[in-house]
Design a protein around this ligand. Structure first.
Ligand code: SF4
Length: 120
């Protein structure tokens, strides 16, 4: 094996190690990611202690994609959210902060926007 071939192998191994390292860092970032999160996961207010979404096993389910609104999972999340003890607090905050992303306060983002726009 020539020195150039050894060097090339070394470069390939190095690139592969860098790629694996970058992948590991990306996975770690995703694991520590702050999104998607529900109010109960990042909000210091007392009411979040009673949030139905607190410790939900799949926070991403609160952020359905456009075509997922009729799925069983999304409907279950909506039902959970609508029955939440702190729904009114959560909804008020979401409307006040113009948080129109995902399911919150028992409503979709579009419903919250409509509610906000309908207010005087
Ligand atoms: S209303 Fe929904 S989003 Fe808001 S705290 Fe309750 S379960 Fe979470």
């Amino acid at each position: 094996m020539t020195a150039i071939q050894v060097w090339n192998q070394h470069e390939i191994a190095l690139a592969s190690a860098r790629e694996a390292d970058a992948r590991a860092r990306r996975e770690q970032r995703q694991a520590n990611s702050t999104r998607p999160r529900r109010p109960s996961q990042h909000h210091p207010d007392e009411w979040t202690e009673r949030a139905a979404c607190r410790n939900h096993e799949n926070p991403a389910a609160f952020f359905p994609n456009r075509g997922d609104w009729r799925t069983e999972q999304t409907q279950a999340v909506l039902a959970l959210c609508r029955s939440c003890q702190v729904r009114s607090e959560c909804l008020e905050e979401a409307v006040r902060l113009a948080d129109d992303h995902g399911i919150r306060g028992g409503l979709s983002g579009r419903e919250r926007r409509q509610l906000r726009e309908a207010r005087p």
